[in-house]
Design a protein around this ligand. Structure first.
Ligand SMILES: Cc1ncc(COP(=O)(O)O)c(C=O)c1O
Length: 445
């Protein structure tokens, strides 16, 4: 007999029940945008249209969609071992996966803590920083420094060190003891920069200011994205990150690079840290770690931080932290297969080859209506619009919908359209992508 559920009147495809994340739910549900399939560079919509993926899903599908090697590895894994925890137990894939990850990490990063998302990686990194200082006898080092316009996910730690007002204001008071550096976005001096802008390295000295204000002995860590992507692609000024790293080293402040987007080849090097020639203390990752095929995150930690916590009796748990799904077998299988694809196809450095072509292509949109800045780095581009009077963000959202209707997925954030296609993109596809953007921008009101 069919037992009726209380809500059995709801249609199977009713849009109402799903409270969508970071979405204008009521607007979306009046005119939904749905994908039903994907392959390599393209999605397919529910009305059968092919849409080029100009944003690697949500900055995660670095090797393109539905790669057979990754899909097959995940299928095999599910047939073999669906779940095994990693609390006081283990399974081989988690260890293999961690070893593979540290092999491609920048020098010195020889330990990995698994999470399930960028947000969890960030909160894990902040907790490791606090625990590290305490273990070293510096229990007073508790302040966390973020940066205006930074995005570090949505958990309470990440929201607190994050610097996007709209993401913070609903959830006050957030964590105590947090402060922020100024952001580096400077249209007045740096508009239409190609790659790293010339001006603004001195903004790193904000950290000196905060160190004087709070006393460095109270500051545990600084967290920044090497390139602040979610807030409109803010490329760091030349020399800024090195200067920040030097100030951190001087004051014994841990430097955390949030590489949830920049890790795994987006800039043309395996990690942003290598691209910028800076060695932070902790690196947070997620997204491209499994090519977006299943949730996973990883926090990379240098040995001295790890070892500082490997003290006390051997039967004591050293770090009271972890997730049920830390090192989930399916995610580990996907990650290992993803790393194979990245290696076999040279994807962790391919963006470096494409970057000059990409830069020319993106900057060819200069001069189109309302465009006040174009930025690029690696295989990332951004087009910023003059805000529509009294309606910030509206222009970019309209362009995003028009691009989608013209067969291209882009990401609107504030008054900026961000572009970050899969790293497998070919030059003719870059031309196609930019061609669609040009048409969309030309017809803009
Ligand atoms: C730099 C950065 N940190 C953290 C996150 C949060 O990741 P997730 O959405 O997987 O929690 C993101 C997501 O875009 C990000 O770009």
């Amino acid at each position: 007999m069919n037992v009726p559920f209380p809500d059995n009147k709801r249609k199977a495809n009713d849009l109402d029940a799903f409270w969508m994340p970071f979405t204008a739910n009521r607007q979306f549900k009046k005119a939904p945008r749905l994908f039903v399939a994907a392959d390599r560079m393209h999605y397919v919509t529910d009305d059968g249209r092919r849409v080029m993926d100009g944003t690697s899903g949500l900055w995660c599908v670095n090797a393109g969609h539905r790669r057979p090697q990754i899909v097959a590895a995940m299928r095999r894994q599910l047939d073999e071992l669906d779940f095994a925890g990693t609390f006081q137990m283990g399974h081989a894939k988690a260890f293999e996966c961690a070893s593979r990850l540290v092999n491609i990490a920048p020098p010195g990063f020889d330990h990995v803590f698994f999470t399930n998302s960028g947000s969890e990686s960030v909160d894990t990194a902040l907790k490791i920083a606090l625990a590290y200082h305490r273990a070293n006898g510096n229990a007073g080092k508790v302040r966390l420094i973020g940066r205006e316009r930074g995005y570090h996910g949505v958990n309470l730690g990440g929201t607190s060190v994050g610097g996007i007002g709209a993401n913070r204001k609903m959830f006050a008071p957030l964590l105590a003891g947090v402060d922020h550096l100024r952001h580096t976005h400077d249209l007045f001096r740096n508009a239409f920069s190609r790659g790293e802008p010339e001006h603004g390295a001195e903004l790193a000295d904000d950290l000196e200011r905060l160190a004087i204000l709070h006393d460095p002995s109270t500051i545990a860590a600084v967290i920044v994205e090497p390139v602040a992507c979610s807030t409109g692609v803010l490329v760091p000024p030349k020399g800024y990150l090195k200067r920040l790293a030097a100030i951190c080293a001087k004051h014994g402040i841990l430097l955390i690079f949030d590489e949830v987007i920049t890790a795994f080849g987006r800039l043309g090097a395996p990690f942003g840290a290598e691209y910028f020639g800076v060695s932070p203390d902790i690196i947070t990752t997620a997204k491209g770690i499994t090519n977006g095929a299943v949730p996973m995150g990883a926090v990379f930690v240098k040995r001295p931080i790890h070892d500082a916590l490997m003290t006390g009796p051997e039967d004591a748990i050293e770090l009271a932290h972890g997730y049920t799904y830390s090192g989930h077998p399916l995610a580990c299988a996907a990650c290992i297969a993803t790393l194979d694809v990245y290696r076999e196809e040279g994807l962790l450095t391919r963006a470096a080859e494409l970057a000059p072509y990409w830069e020319e292509a993106v900057h060819s949109l200069k001069g189109l209506p309302h465009v006040i800045d174009i930025r690029n780095i690696g295989l990332i581009g951004a087009i910023e619009f003059e805000p529509a009077p009294g309606a910030p963000g509206k222009r970019a959202h309209a362009r995003f919908v028009e691009a989608l209707n013209s067969g291209l997925l882009v990401r609107a954030t504030g008054d900026t359209i961000a572009l970050a296609p899969p790293l497998i993109i070919e030059k003719r596809e870059i031309d196609e992508l930019i061609g669609v953007m040009r048409k969309v921008l030309q017809s803009a009101d």
